[in-house]
Ligand binder design. Structure first.
Ligand code: NAD
Ligand code: SER
Length: 319
């Protein structure tokens, strides 16, 4: 019987991941946890524990006493927020990972999922069809923390046989909860402004192509990776994963097909510099051949699904 803990479960990925894991393994076998006092209503009913990943002893005793067998460690500061608080971002993104890797090394956990990001790449990386193994010189604190995290995951696997699995997620698009402060968040915000009937000011330039993915594909990839036989997982740093690649102009034009009056202005800010160092598209041949990955959503499907489901009332929960 799996006993699963999702840390950082109230965020953009966690909310959907918890719901999917509960469908698969049973509500009471999947604990949601986050630093927030209350979890989103969508996660009720189901076990929730308020826990700061940086409170190491509390995390350790919870995992040991509840006999948790798998952890999905999602708590992190994303690219844009991390640039505002570099020291804290480094601490949060690294210390939590060591707490969980050490618990697995000591035999308390059977499997770990820890996400990396396209932010591990940098401006010296080949920009198109970025290979799995290539030059990586990240220039953001977020990217550096993810690259170092990858190296430690690989080390713990090689040295201590810790079964840690990871994906370099592209920018994720979803409607169940709002994104938490990344450079790719513009694409999610665009849907809310379009549905509100507002004009949209985009913080990236019209031609900034980035790797992106619809959340259903990302969750499916995560579960497929975690359920693949151990011997198939040949990469223990993190897998490249490709979905769609599009620019702000591409997604705007697709939304405009449904909302012809929608207008956009481009006003790049500090996030443009971050995006300029990231790949435009990703080669994910290793994920395809090792564990059978294949994306389902293209840009047209993603836009339709978002426009059908985005609920602008969610914005009042953060204002
Ligand atoms: P998010 O910001 O939406 O959610 C992070 C959650 O972690 C939040 O609910 C937050 O309250 C919680 N958290 C923050 N500090 C905490 C602490 N000290 N202890 C416990 N919980 C804490 O982020 P997300 O988009 O869901 O991303 C989850 C993971 O996936 C991160 O590691 C991120 O780097 C990675 N990732 C996300 C994307 C994306 O596009 N969303 C892309 C690549 C990688
Ligand atoms: N979507 C994330 C960000 O923009 C990429 O890791 O920070």
């Amino acid at each position: 019987m799996k006993r699963i803990l999702v840390i950082g479960s109230c965020g953009q990925i966690g909310t959907e991941l918890v719901l999917n894991l509960r469908d698969k393994y049973g509500t009471n076998n999947v604990y949601a946890s986050d630093i927030l006092e209350n979890c989103p209503e969508k996660l009720y009913p189901g076990p929730y524990v308020k826990m700061d990943i940086l409170e190491k002893e509390m995390v350790r005793s919870f995992i040991i006493s509840e006999k948790i067998s798998e952890v999905y460690l999602l708590a992190a500061l994303l690219s844009a927020k991390a640039e505002e608080r570099p020291e804290y971002a480094w601490k949060l993104n690294m210390d939590g990972l060591f707490t969980i890797l050490d618990l697995a090394k000591e035999g308390y956990l059977r499997k770990i999922f820890w996400p990396s990001s396209i932010a591990v790449f940098g401006k010296t990386t080949p920009k198109f069809n970025t290979p799995q193994f290539t030059i990586m010189e990240p220039s953001t604190v977020y990217g550096i923390s993810k690259q170092v995290g990858e190296r430690w995951c690989e080390y713990y696997y090689a040295k201590y046989d810790v079964d840690v699995r990871s994906i370099r997620y592209p920018g994720l698009i979803s409607y169940t909860s709002l994104p938490g402060g990344g450079t790719t968040d513009y694409a999610v915000d665009m849907f809310y402004q379009a549905k509100l009937g507002n004009d949209f000011t985009c913080f990236l330039s019209d031609d900034t192509a980035l790797p992106m993915m619809y959340m259903d594909d990302a969750i499916r990839a995560t579960l497929e990776l975690m359920n693949a036989p151990k011997e198939n997982i040949k990469i223990r740093s993190s897998y490249n994963l490709s979905g769609i690649s599009f620019t702000p102009k591409d997604i705007f034009e697709e939304i405009q097909k449904y909302i012809p009056d929608f207008r956009i202005t481009f006003m790049p800010d500090f996030r443009q510099k971050i995006a300029d160092t990231w790949p435009s598209s990703i080669d994910d041949i290793s994920a395809r051949s090792d564990w059978g990955w294949k994306e389902r959503y293209n840009l047209e499907m993603l836009v339709k699904k978002m426009l059908d489901n985005v609920d602008v009332s969610i914005l009042s929960s953060v204002s």
